[in-house]
Write a protein that binds this ligand. Sequence first.
Ligand SMILES: NC(=O)c1ccc[n+]([C@@H]2O[C@H](COP(=O)([O-])OP(=O)(O)OC[C@H]3O[C@@H](n4cnc5c(N)ncnc54)[C@H](O)[C@@H]3O)[C@@H](O)[C@H]2O)c1
Length: 327
Amino acid sequence: MKTLVTGGAGFIGSHLCEELLRRGRSVTVIDDCSTGREDNLREIRKDPHFRFVQGTIMDRDLMARLIRYHDIVYHLAAAVGVKYVLHDPISAMTTNTHGTEILLELASRFKKSVLLASTSEIYGKHSSDKIKEDDGSVFGPTHVLRWNYAVSKALDEIMAAAYAQRKHLKVITIRFFNVVGPRQSSHYGMVIPRLVEKALNGMPLTVFGDGKQIRTFLHVQDAVRAVADLSEKPSLYGQVFNIGGDEPVTINQLAHRIRELSPSKPRIQHLGYGKFYGDHFEDIPCRIPDVSRLQKAIGFKPEYDLDQILRSVIASFEPSFAEEALA
Ligand SMILES: NC(=O)c1ccc[n+]([C@@H]2O[C@H](COP(=O)([O-])OP(=O)(O)OC[C@H]3O[C@@H](n4cnc5c(N)ncnc54)[C@H](O)[C@@H]3O)[C@@H](O)[C@H]2O)c1
């Protein structure tokens, strides 16, 4: 089985490549290294079943050559995260919509299967205790650029559904909810690596807003295992799946937990969103996935609980710091 992973030099993508190779697949990565790094692939770089192509998913000719040759495309390349997208909203929108449009059209033409990476952000402001795949999306006003990422990913999903219904494209859409673990960059505002890095440097842990926002977190190993399992079951094509953790926590609780694990015991500081995200920023009070569909489909159960996730991230940042924290 020949697999193509777009965005494979990124955080989730690089772990997915390792998982696919472990399962005996051959893997090609296409990545422009805008947020990903070739160094993320150092452990598999020399594997004879692995190939790295530096390039962009916007290059239609290159994508046609690659997709024609492979059986399954795991489409993870994207401008990721609200903070990054706010920094460069135009190119982010183009990457997340035009890049996906090229990919879906080619996969449909060459009759290849697609795993499309989407996000819990597509639910927008939707609030319920546990969000189900068939729940609706509630976005804020379109002049508020915070919604760019969510809307562009929602459009990707709709394009995928259209190709599935009209052109018989075999596609599974996966909505990740806060995936964390080694290699995740702290630069784009992801809360756990950002707070761990601050703790590591003895700096105050900054929590935006009142810190009462509720989230779940999933270790990247659990996430990529789920993605690989889904892609191996032909009967699941055509469906959408939430992929997320099952242990809700407030951001305040998370910051306190990181503080406890940190030898420097940094203070926790609350800040408004304005300075970092602009005055119109709207955060989501509660985002908990319903993963019963995933459980039913592949028997999904995360192996890492929140404590193990935090320890894994700490250990990946700084081994000596981790030894002290985890003693
Ligand atoms: N990490 C999470 O918690 C999370 C949550 C929801 C959704 N997702 C989705 O999962 C996927 C992977 O996210 P990640 O967290 O690993 O982020 P990441 O930034 O580490 O990975 C994205 C990768 O795409 C590459 N890329 C960007 N534009 C490209 C282009 N034009 N051509 C080729 N490569 C390009 C980047 O260089 C990077 O390696 C994304 O589609 C993202 O939207 C992630």
